[in-house]
Design a protein. Structure first.
Length: 411
């Protein structure tokens, strides 16, 4: 399918594909088995300037957007969804700073994140606050020109390998959800340490850690936006980041299908290649169709989001405003519904496609020395993180109801 990519976008795809084929694919089995962080490959991402694809040129980025990041993320994920993760986790840590940070905070943190000199991470989840982020128990109480953080956050992707973390904690527990705030916490802050490293089903090349805050002093200057706006920061970030999960999921699905197609063309049963069996042919056709449908939805949504966001980012840079304020000034629409649709459709597609690929490959598809089972394991988490797909469906339906009400619809 020709999606009308610009020359720059075609170059991004070509470069990411080269890295995927030459640098990622040969080592994916090793990092999946050892669960080591793939620093040599991350260095290739840095050299290729992949970390700054979506960030403004003013901070050392390419000046692209969600679409450019999605193109690269999809290509790397075709080889390995786990090794691709640093691109996703670092963008998830950078986006709230871009969207809600002051001009000073953007200037302080984004250049190193754009270059990949530092990796970003994002952590809102707690043992008792997963899909229900309003149940946050971690606290950040003001003490002079600092906040003192206490609590445990878990399931932090990239874990202790990151350098800059966006963390959510309550600055006013009495206010419940309206008391939650967002902070930028840097590795090495006194009182900030790492707890348990999780043993995971998939994306094993990217470590997942528990973050521990014990009287951790964070400068008040690291508060993102305003006290009590933490859930706005989280939702605004997810509105922009969830298409990235769609891109990762589609890459995983396409990678599994590519491996499966190559196998079924040479695997023979009953004297013929199993690709000639109608049952296999129909499964291949369904997988390819579902992936292409997801890709069309992802690309259309990412492009529309970027077109809407570009004027807000330009205004924010010009007037040194938080991008969120510029969005409100320009009455920029939210993309909650569409980004959730992308995440749901693409991740559900990835799970179905990879499961079907294992089935088409038969016994060898279930074996660890054949790559298709790894794609299936990696696909599962795309239905879970950045909001489980059941929560995404809640988001979609609520936005539909609001839109219908605003348009005077009935029912």
């Amino acid at each position: 399918m020709d999606y009308g990519l610009t020359e720059t976008q075609q170059e991004i795809v070509s470069l990411a594909r080269q890295i995927a084929v030459k640098k990622v694919k040969p080592v994916r089995e090793h990092y999946d088995k050892t669960e080591e962080f793939p620093w040599p490959v991350v260095e290739e991402f840095r050299k290729a300037d992949l970390f700054g694809l979506y960030l403004p040129e003013q901070y050392g980025g390419l000046g692209g957007g969600c679409f450019e990041l999605s193109l690269a993320f999809e290509e790397i994920s075709k080889a390995c969804g786990g090794i691709a993760m640093p691109l996703g986790t670092s963008s998830l840590g950078s986006l709230p700073i871009l969207l809600f940070g002051s001009a000073e905070q953007r200037e302080r943190f984004l250049p190193d994140l754009a270059s990949g000199k530092k990796l970003g991470a994002f952590n809102i989840t707690e043992p008792e606050a997963g899909s229900d982020a309003t149940a946050t128990k971690a606290t950040a109480l003001k003490d002079g020109d600092h906040y003192v953080l206490n609590g445990i956050k878990n399931f932090c992707s990239t874990g202790k390998e990151a350098d800059v973390y966006v963390v959510f904690a309550s600055t006013n527990p009495a206010r419940g959800p309206r008391g939650i705030s967002a902070f930028v916490v840097e590795k090495g802050a006194p009182g900030f340490s790492f707890g348990k490293k999780e043993e995971k089903m998939g994306i094993r090349a990217n470590p997942t850690y528990e973050l521990v805050f014990k009287d951790c002093r964070v400068p008040a200057a690291n508060l993102l936006y305003k006290e009590g706006y933490g859930l706005f920061v989280a939702q605004g970030t997810f509105d922009m980041s969830r298409p990235g999960i769609g891109a990762q999921a589609l890459g995983i699905a396409q990678g599994a299908l590519d491996e499966t197609l190559a196998y079924v063309r040479v695997r023979k049963q009953f004297g013929q290649a199993i690709s000639s069996f109608q049952a296999i042919g129909h499964m291949l056709a369904d997988c390819a169709t579902q992936i292409e449908a997801g890709r069309a939805l992802l690309y259309a949504t990412a492009r529309a989001m970027d077109a809407a966001m570009k004027p807000a980012i330009e205004l924010a840079l010009k007037e040194r405003l938080p991008v969120y304020d510029a969005m409100r000034k320009l009455k920029t629409r939210r993309w909650t519904k569409e980004s959730a649709m992308v995440k749901v459709f693409c991740s559900d597609t990835a799970m179905k496609v990879t499961t079907d690929c294992v089935q088409m490959c038969g016994g060898i598809g279930y074996m660890r020395d054949f790559p298709v089972e790894k794609f299936m394991r990696d696909a599962k988490v795309t239905q879970i993180y950045e909001g489980a797909n059941q929560i995404q469906r809640n988001e979609i339906s609520m936005m539909m109801i609001k839109e219908a009400a605003s348009q005077g619809g009935e029912g």
